[in-house]
Design a protein around this ligand. Sequence first.
Ligand SMILES: Nc1ncnc2c1ncn2[C@@H]1O[C@H](COP(=O)(O)OP(=O)(O)OP(=O)(O)O)[C@@H](O)[C@H]1O
Ligand SMILES: [Mg+2]
Length: 1078
Amino acid sequence: MPKSEVKTSLLDNMIGVGDSVLLEPLTEDTFLENLKNRFDHSEIYTYIGSVVISVNPYRHLPVYTPEKVEEYRNRNFYELSPHIYALADEAYRSLRDQDKDQCILITGESGAGKTEASKLVMSYVAAVCGKGAEVNQVKEQLLQSNPVLEAFGNAKTMRNDNSSRFGKYMDIEFDFKGDPLGGVISNYLLEKSRVVKQPRGERNFHIFYQLLSGGSEDLLKQLKLEREFNQYNYLGLDSAKVNGVDDAANFRTVKNAMQIVGFMDDEVELVLEVVAAVLKLGNIEFKPESRVNGLDESRIQDKNELKEICELLGQDQAVLERAFSFRTVEAKQEKVSTTLNVAQAYYARDALAKNLYNRLFTWLVNRINESIKAQSKVRKKVMGVLDIYGFEIFENNSFEQFIINYCNEKLQQIFIELTLKEEQEEYIKEGIEWTHIEYFNNAIICELIENNTNGILAMLDEECLRPGTVTDETFLEKLNQVCAVHERFESRMSKSSRFLNDTTLPHNCFRIQHYAGKVMYHVEGFVDKNNDLLYRDLSQAMWKTNHVLVKSLFPEGNPAKMSLKRPPTAGSQFKASVATLMKNLQTKNPNYIRCIKPNDQKAPHIFAEALVRHQVRYLGLMENVRVRRAGYAFKQPYESCLERYKMLCSQTWPHWRQGSRDGVKVLLTELQIPPEEFSYGRSKIFIRNPRTLFELEDLRKRRLEDLATLIQKIYRGWKCRTNFLLMKKSQIIISAWTKRHFQRKKYLQLKSVTLIIQSYIRGWKARKLLRELKHQKRCEESATTIAAYWRGFQVRREYRKFFRANAGKKIYEFTIQRIMQKYFLEMKKKLPSMSPTEKTWPPRPYFFLDDTHTELKRIFHLWRCKKYRDQFTEQKKAIFEEKLEASELFKDKKALYTNSVQQPFQGDYLEISKNPKYQKLNGAVEEKIVLADVVNKINRANGKVAPRIFLLTQSNFILADQKSGQIKSTIPVMDITSVSVSKQTDGLFAVHLKEGSTAAAKGDFLFTSDRLIEIITKLYRTIFFKTNQKINVEINNEFLVQFNQDKVCVKFIQGAQKNGNLPTCKRKNNRLLEVTVP
Ligand SMILES: Nc1ncnc2c1ncn2[C@@H]1O[C@H](COP(=O)(O)OP(=O)(O)OP(=O)(O)O)[C@@H](O)[C@H]1O
Ligand SMILES: [Mg+2]
C-alpha cells in the first residue's frame, strides 16, 4: 500500500492516550485506566516515550498482517498508533542508517508475552530487511530456530502454557546494507530439574509429548518407546494434554524446522535417541538389597528398560549397571569405590537424565549457531533480542526461581540505569534545569544476591566448596548469619527478630523482597543444584557409549582428560554469564518492550487491575513516565547533531569551522525552531518534543534527497565523462588493433603470395637447372654409352670372326652366295630364245628363289623386247605403229582383222608415178601419197559396184576412175566425220561426211575393199595427224548412212556369195540397203 494512503496516525481514532507521556492528569489510576481502556479496545500497545508497553491479549489479534508490516515500514516512531512494529522499525533503521548496534530488551513476568514479542520483532525485521535467495535462507533459518528451541526448552507451567524454561539472547547480524548475515544464540540456564520432576499441573519439556504423540509407529519402535504418556515416570500425568496444543502437529513443525535450520537426518535421529533414552531412564527403578557387611545396596528391579537404553545408546549394559550401583571417589591418586543405596541410585539416575538433557540442549543451541552463523567476515551490525524467562513467584520456589528472578533483577537494573538514573544524572551533568524524580533502585537487591563477598550466590558457593557435612540447612544458617541485617532479606532464623513470629515464613525458607515482589525460596536442593554433580562413573559410562552424540556430550568422561578440579558451580556460571550479557547490552542502544500480564487465568478480555497495578509498580513504569514528561525526548552530542543536520543550514554546510555547539545554535536559529523546544546542555543538545525531532528529520530527508540529486548529477556527469574518455580511448585502441590486424593480415597474405611466387620461380629455376643438368648428364652418359657401344661394336666386329657363334651366319651367307652363283650360271645356259613371243622359261631350281626367278623372267622378257625393238628402222616402226593402231581399232571387234595381221601394209599399191596411165592423176596430186589402191564403190541407188582408185594424201582423199585415172572427187579429210564397218569378214565400209560440206552433196560413200583394215587405219591416222581429232569408227552389223536427203540403213545379212569374197548389195527401198556377206 503506498504510504500516502495510510490513514492511521498516533492521533487518529486514538483510544485513550497512545503515549502515556501525554496523560493528563498523570496518576497511577489514570495510567491504569488508560491501559485498561486501550486493552478493552484491543489496543494492547501503549508507549512511554520510546518504551513499548505490551499487554498480553491472550487471543489472536489481526494486527500482525503483512499489510501492517508495510504500514509501519520506514515510518517515524510517533507517526502511527503504538505497535511493537514501530519499535522494531525504529531499531532496525537506526541500526541500518545510523550504524548503531541495537538491543531489544523484553521484560515481564512469566506469561506476559515476551517470547511472542521477540518473535514478532524478529519476523518484522525479517520482513523489512533485504531480500534475495541467500538472504531469505538466512532469515528462514533464524526464524526456524525458534520452534526447535521452544520444543526442547519450553514447557507448560502454571503461568504459561508455553513457558520458556531457559534464557535466550540472540544476536542477529547485518551487513552495511541491512541484509541479515546470520546470528548467534546464547542460552542461559535451562531449568533441567523439570526433566525429572514437574510441579503439579505442569508438564515436562514439550519435546517428550511431541515425540510420543507425533512420532510414527516405526520411529517409536526404533526408539523403543510406547505411545502412552503414562508409561513414563518422568511425564507428569495430571496435565499431559494442554488445551489448544496439538503436540503431534508441533512435532512435524519441529522436524521440519530442524531440517530448514540444517540438521542432517542422522543428527535428528541421534537427538531423538537421546530424548528417548532420557525418557526411559525415568523408568529404571531400584530396590534395596542388604549385604552381609551391613552396607545398603541397591539393585535394578527390571533390567529390561536398562537393556533397551543400552541398546539405544550403544552401551555395554554392565557398565551402566555398575555406574548405577557404585560410586568411585578419587582422592590423592587413590580410588575408593562405594556402593550406592537406593536413594543414591535414584539420585544418580535423575542426575544422569538431567545432565543428558541439559547437555543435549546446549548441543542443540551450538548446532543451530553453527548453521546460522554469518559466513562472511565483513564488519557486522548487531541487533540483540533478549527473551529471558520472566519473573516468577511459585508456591514452592527453588534454586531455579532464585536464578531466574536474579536475572530479572539485573534486567530491571539495566533499565533503571539507562532510563531513570542515567537520564536524570545526565540532565544535571549537562547543566539542564532539573527537579529530581524519585524511583526505586534495585541495585541493593542485586548486591544482596551477587556480591562477591557476602552475596547469597557467594555464600552458596562457599558452602558447596566447604569440607565437612554440607546441607541446605547449613547454607540457610550461613545466610542467616551474613544477610540477616539486609533490609531485603527475610528469614525466621535471621538474627533480626522481625520475622520470628512470621508464620508465613517456614523455617527452611528465606524470602527476598524483589523489585517485583516478595518471593519465598525453599532452601531444599540449593546446594545440590548449585553443585550440579554428576558421578564420575556415570560420565565415564556415557563417554564409553558408541553413540556419537552422547559420547561428545560427556567429554570429561574421557579418562585421558579427567581432571580432579571441581567444575564451576551453576550459580557462579550463571552469574558470570549474566554479567557478560549485561556488559554486552550496555554497549548497544537499548529498546524496551515491557510486557504485562493482564490476568492469571491466561484468558482474553480479563484485565485484573490489581495484578496489572502490581506489575506497573514493580516495573517502575510511573517513574518512567514522569522522567520522560519532565525531560527531553531526545538528546544528542553537539558533534553528532551538527554532523547529522548541518546540511539544513547554509552556514554550516558543508563545513563548520568553529565549535560544534555554536554550529548547532546557528543551525537551529536559521531553522527558526522555537527556543522552548530545546535546551543547550554542556556537550549535548536536548530536544523536548519528538515532533521537533521529526520535523528536523523530515527536513533532513528532503535536503538529503536534494543533495543526493546533486551528487547523482555530479556523479553522472563524472561517470559519463569518464565513460566517454574510456570509450574514446577504447575506440582508439580498438581501431589501432583493428588496423594492425588488417595490415598484418594483408602483410601475411602478401608474404605468403610472395613466398608462393618465389617458391614457384625458384622451383622453375631449379627444375630448369635440373633438366639441364640431367640433359648434360644424359649427354655425357649417352656419349659414354655410344662410345662404349661403338668400341664394343668395333671390338666385336674385329673379334666376331673369332667367334664360333658367327660361323653359322657366315656359312649361311657363303652357301647362299654359292647357290646364287650357281643359279645365275645355270640360268645363263638355260635361257630361252630371244623372240619376244617366246613363252617358255626354265623351271625354278630353289623355292626361296621364287620371287627372284619371276622377276628375272620379267626382266629378261623386257630386255628381249628391247633388243627386238632396237632392230627396227623408222619405216618399219611406222608400219608397226600402223599395225598397232589397226589392232586397237579392230582386234576382237571385226572378224576380218585376223586376216589383215599377216598382210604388210604397203600403202601405195598402184605406184601412180610409175604408171604412165595415171600421169595426169599423179600430176594432180601435190602431196605425198599415203595410200593408193583400187576399191569398189557401191552405187548409192542400186548397190552395184564400180572400181575406183582410192588415193589418200595427207589432207585429202581422192576418188578417180580406175581406167583413166580421172579424178572423180576430192574430199578434204577434215570433212570426214566417221567411218562405219560391219563385224563380219566382209570389206564394206562407209565414209560419213560432214553435213553441209561440198563433198557431202551426194551423201556418204560406201566402198568395199579387201584391204579395209589398212585403208581405215591409214584414214584414221591421217585425219588424226591433220586435225588432231580421232574420228569415230563404228563397228556394227547395222548402221545409218546419209544418201542425198535420205537416211538409209545398211544392214548385213549372211548368205551365199556369188562373186567370191565380195559382198552383194541390194537397195531394198529408200531406207534400207541390204548387204549379204559370207
Ligand atoms: N501478542 C500476543 N497476541 C496473542 N497472544 C499472545 C501475545 N503475546 C502472548 N500471547 C499469549 O500468551 C502466551 C504466553 O506468552 P509468552 O510465551 O510469550 O510469555 P513469556 O513472557 O515468554 O513467558 P515465559 O517467561 O514463561 O516464557 C502465549 O503462548 C500466547 O498464547
Ligand atoms: Mg517465554
